[in-house]
Design a protein around this ligand. Structure first.
Ligand code: ADP
Ligand code: ZN
Ligand code: ZN
Length: 731
């Protein structure tokens, strides 16, 4: 009797047994259709077996084994199993979650027809010189299509620029190009020698970093590339990518944000014109994602560039992993399967016995600690390539009166910068007009009725909005509590700074960049164009602007409201603030002149600001580590949080009290803390509470969690939703 054990997308920590007479060991990792309850479900075969613990008459048969795409390889299955065990998340959900959506559907995959474009005779005859100088996208399309006799697929062509889709349309209308439908073959692995277009000559530090990596034997080696902003980490990565490709291996390059992928993708494509590069992130449509995933799995793609979910991609020839901005919290998923893509990438590198590089100007303390201990090798880039480090100053807001949240010093600096024809950035990490509306006579504030959060005032569309649950309402004309008609916005958001600056500098060209203003598709791309074309004097932005963007004309950065995270209750507050401010400050002065950064603060003497001014993260990180050690916080202890959600707070807390009592019966060296309401104790009408457990030993923590999980499964009633969060980033 042949039995297959199948992973299904259900929240139960088990596999499901089915009969499958036709199953063979090469079917492990393949998708199957199975009856599940009254439905038909897609699952993945994890194991073959000859017996089952179920009574035979209850074991149903597999409906079909889907052999349309190759099975998940064993190393990916092992990674998924590890992920399920380590994060205490049902294997079925982990496995199915790792597949592109198309493969989670019941239909077998039809041969994918994709549109290709190719030049017509008219198109071939066009004299490129006759096109107007501004038709850069069309010129590029013509150039690409001239080089490709069979035409090029639509997805690739559209990816060269946001305007490419429109250009393709016009060119078709002109009869220059034609569209042909072709069956998409899975790309074949290429063994051709791949060209590497050299970049700028490396600096000595960059060269040294490249050489160090080359000097180490193959095998698992984790590296920390500790490079100040603008030190040219990307060029170092690219050299390693070239080396890896030359050995016929694949590269996995993980980045924190999709916003950052287009620029990097363009750069990498330009440098490796003959290598198949695919990206994997949530911004792709289903068929693009499937196509890219298959190209990675077949080995055809040399480079896979993606956000955290890309860590699960099958890569048969994987030779090297890069995690850029490794400290970024977006590598950790904060709901459902709460995994850290950085940590899984490390596990994967170890499993495949390959090198991995974690790059950052401000590595996570966990990473920095490992580097100090010698668990990771460190490569340092201490100097900016093209510019001097920015001059960072604090503006003491206890001494200076503020005008709409801005000091005279900042306003003067803005004026001077504009006079020189350079750009400025005001960084404020709050969107909307003001974080809260308040009644000065009775103290009422605009709270969300569904969350323990304030409603944010959005003046532009005359709304109060909750940034957590999406609730919105009209702005009240009078205080709901006392009837006072003179309600006041409290504090600053991007919109308020925007209108204040427009008033103070009437001629200035101001651009606000936050989640509200970039919501439209391609909005962000257009904004970047405006900035580069110098059509903007002052940028106002949230952390969207902080990361990785290179604006050559930007020379002044003003930071408003940084103090709010200085004394936050989260012990990671300072670490995060330092990283964020380093990134923001890194935007200043990438061009020829020295950048200036003004931080408005009530605590100019604070160690964090002092270290920031000296551009000395390592020293600051060592201080933080000493504090963490003394206080018994990670990375000196290992933590997990049990999160509970219920309609009533008491239900959640009671569940946690029981869980804590149950835990106390388990032997092991863990500390179980008291249940507390979550830092945001109510969201969208749901009460949230949590308790932390920690241990000085990681294996100790996991031994405890394994035993505890079984008890929790039994204890939880229907009224509570709970989840374990291992190595949590938010407490
Ligand atoms: P990081 O990621 O370390 O902040 P980047 O990799 O973005 O820095 O590099 C910063 C800038 O320096 C980029 O514009 C890049 O093109 C440029 N650059 C990097 N290396 C060199 C080099 N060796 N010579 C000249 N320019 C370089
Ligand atoms: Zn009132
Ligand atoms: Zn809300």
């Amino acid at each position: 009797m042949s039995i297959v054990r199948v992973a299904l997308d259900v929240p139960l920590p088990t596999l499901f047994d089915y009969r499958a007479t036709a199953a063979a060991s090469e079917d492990i990792g393949r998708r199957v259709l199975v009856p599940f309850g009254k439905k038909i479900a897609v699952g993945v075969i994890i194991e073959l077996a000859s017996t089952t613990s179920l009574p035979m008459q209850r074991v149903r048969s597999v409906l079909s084994i889907l052999r349309d795409v190759p099975p998940l390889p064993s190393d990916v299955l092992a990674l998924l199993k590890f992920c399920s065990d380590y994060y205490y998340h049902p294997l079925g959900e982990v496995v199915l979650n790792a597949l592109p959506t198309r493969l989670r559907r019941r239909q077998t995959l039809k041969p994918d027809t994709a549109s290709r474009y190719r030049l017509t005779a008219t198109g071939r005859a066009i004299d490129a010189a006759s096109l107007l100088g501004r038709a850069t996208v069309k010129l590029e399309l013509l150039r690409l299509l001239r080089a490709a006799e069979d035409g090029i697929d639509e997805v690739s062509l559209r990816s060269i620029a946001p305007r490419a889709a429109a250009a393709l349309k016009t060119m078709t209308e002109h009869g220059w190009i034609e569209r042909v439908a072709v069956t998409r073959k899975a790309p074949q692995a290429s063994t051709a020698v791949l060209r590497f277009v050299p970049g700028p000559a490396l600096t000595n530090e960059q060269r040294a970093a490249v050489d160090s990596l080359r000097s180490v034997d193959a095998g698992f080696t984790p590296w920390l590339l500790l490079g100040v902003t603008g030190s040219g980490k990307t060029e170092v990565y690219l050299q390693w990518v070239a080396d890896t490709l030359a050995c016929g291996k694949q590269i996995l390059l993980l980045v924190p944000e999709i916003n950052l992928t287009p620029q990097l993708e363009a750069l990498v494509r330009a440098r490796f014109p003959e290598t198949v590069l695919v990206s994997l992130h949530s911004g792709l449509n289903e068929s693009e994602r499937l196509h890219n995933w298959l190209a990675a799995q077949s080995g055809a793609a040399g480079i896979v560039l993606g956000t955290r979910l890309a860590v699960f991609t099958p890569l048969p020839r994987l030779g090297f992993i890069i995690v850029d901005e490794e400290q970024d919290s977006s590598f950790k998923q904060t709901d459902g399967l709460r995994y850290s893509a950085r940590d899984l990438a490390l596990w994967r590198a170890k499993q495949r016995a390959i090198p991995i590089v974690l790059g950052s100007a401000t590595p996570a303390l966990e990473t920095f600690h490992k580097a100090l201990n010698g668990n990771y090798r460190t490569l340092a880039l201490t100097q900016r390539v093209n510019a001097m480090p920015p001059a960072i100053e604090c503006v003491d807001t206890r001494r200076e009166p503020l005008l709409d949240g801005m000091s005279q010093a900042l306003l003067n600096a803005l004026r001077e910068t504009m006079k020189r024809g350079e750009q400025s950035l005001i960084f404020i990490n709050r969107r909307g007009f003001a974080p809260v509306l308040m009644c000065p006579s009775c103290g009422w504030t605009s709270g969300c009725e569904r969350c323990s959060a304030k409603l944010v005032l959005h003046l532009q569309d005359q709304r109060l909005r909750c940034h957590h649950c999406g609730h919105q309402e009209r702005i009240p004309t009078a205080c709901p509590q006392c009837g006072n008609q003179d309600l006041k916005p409290l504090g600053q958001g991007t919109q308020r700074i925007d209108s204040a600056l427009a008033r103070i500098f009437p001629g200035a060209r101001i651009l606000r960049i936050d989640r509200d203003s970039t919501r439209r598709k391609h909005a962000w791309h257009e904004m970047r164009r405006q900035i580069h074309a110098q059509e903007v004097d002052i940028l106002i932005g949230t952390q969207i602007l902080a990361k990785g963007h290179d604006f050559p004309q930007l020379n002044l950065v003003g930071v408003i409201n940084a103090d709010s995270s200085l004394y936050s209750t989260d012990f990671r507050g300072s670490e995060r603030l330092f990283a964020l401010l380093t990134q923001v400050a890194g935007r200043a002065g990438r061009g020829a002149t020295r950048g200036q950064v003004l931080i408005q603060t009530e605590f100019p003497a604070h160690a964090l600001y002092q270290a920031l001014r000296r551009d000395d993260y390592p020293a600051f990180a060592k201080e933080l580590l000493a504090e963490r050690k003394q206080a018994g916080f990670p990375p000196f202890v290992y933590q997990a949080v049990l999160r509970a959600e219920a309609l009533r707070r008491e239900t959640a807390i009671e569940f946690l009290i029981h869980a804590a009592r149950d835990g106390a019966k388990i032997e092991g060296a863990v500390t179980i803390y008291d249940p507390v309401p979550a830092s945001m104790s109510r969201r969208a009408g749901i009460e949230r509470a949590q308790l932390t457990v920690q241990s000085r030993s990681r294996p100790g923590l996991h031994a405890f969690l394994r035993a505890w999980r079984v008890r929790l499964d039994h204890a939880a009633g229907r009224k509570v939703r709970w989840a374990l969060d291992v190595d949590p980033l938010e407490l």
